[in-house]
Design a protein around this ligand. Structure first.
Ligand code: SAM
Length: 273
């Protein structure tokens, strides 16, 4: 496990998002490192509005983990630590990981502000088991993070690493935006779930079969973008099955039953056995 002091000493002073001359052509898995610059990371909490988000998702993840008797949780896309903090406060034994040093440092800081010392580690999913130790009861990969992977071989590789980091009866909880609805019918959101505090707007600037470029605009006039890959629900379910998971159940905005076009987010719960 990386110690926190070491994590906090990483270079965190990059301030410009790193896109090429034609940002719509930037469709590589490694792009995320240059997208989460420090100023964006600092704004992320404003963006995701912790209290509103906690109210929206309620006990959903806690109930799923408790119902299956899970205790050790690896948060592989911790971001600023929202779920790591919530699950630690709920009594789970959480390890907080992210591929971005800036995010790991921010998560640690957010934990500290709430009187928690999060166990943090910087780890890219593609080499996860090189950087983490032991096997976990559950892995969570939330906040649409998995769709940062632009290439199929990276998705398969990440899922293989998640699978290997789980105990024999472990579960993976992975969510994604409802890109099917976006690709088939255009973008709409009820602005209820996840990111949006009411002072921040999140909208797709460009959508095609290979790219969803989201733009986040802040009240101070600044805006940031994320180039995500708009992967479809059934494609992700297939990848999970092909990675070896025995059962995959997909919820829509935390509900078991839903009309396909309705949810903003799908949440896949994949069980190893
Ligand atoms: N889960 C957090 C939340 O919901 O607020 C953060 C979500 S943010 C959209 C996506 C996170 O995934 C970022 O913190 C980013 O650094 C991380 N990430 C993206 N690609 C990654 C990779 N290949 N390996 C590890 N982390 C990655």
């Amino acid at each position: 496990m990386a110690d926190a002091a070491k994590v906090q000493n990483f270079e965190l002073d990059l301030d410009e998002q790193a896109y090429g001359d034609d940002p719509l052509a930037d469709r590589e898995t490694d792009l995320y490192r240059g997208e989460y610059v420090m100023s964006f990371v600092e704004k992320w909490d404003e963006l995701i509005d912790w209290r509103g988000r906690a109210e929206s998702e309620g006990q959903f993840f806690i109930d799923i983990l408790r119902a299956r008797g899970k205790e050790t949780v690896l948060d592989v896309a911790a971001g600023t630590g929202f779920h790591s903090v919530r699950l630690t406060e709920a009594g789970f034994n959480v390890t907080t990981a992210d591929g971005s040093a800036a995010m790991v440092a921010k998560a640690f800081e957010n934990g500290q502000a709430r009187g928690l010392i999060l166990k943090t580690v910087q780890a890219d999913w593609r080499w996860l088991n090189r950087d983490i130790q032991g096997k976990y009861d559950a892995i969570i990969c939330l906040g649409n993070s998995f769709t940062h992977l632009h290439e199929e071989h990276d998705r398969r590789r990440a899922l293989a690493e998640f699978y290997a980091a789980l105990k024999h009866d472990g579960i993976l909880i992975l969510d994604q935006r409802n890109y099917d609805a976006m690709l088939d019918h255009g973008f709409s959101t009820k602005h209820k779930y996840y990111y949006c505090g009411d002072r921040v707007t999140a909208e797709p600037e460009h959508v095609d079969e290979g790219l969803c470029r989201m733009k986040y605009s802040f009240p101070d006039g600044s805006d940031y973008t994320l180039n995500m890959c708009p992967i479809r629900k059934n494609y992700v379910r297939r990848l999970l099955t092909e990675a070896g998971f025995a059962r995959v159940r997909t919820y829509g905005d935390f509900q078991e039953t839903y009309a396909e076009d309705e949810p903003d987010f799908f949440i896949h719960v994949a069980e190893k056995s």
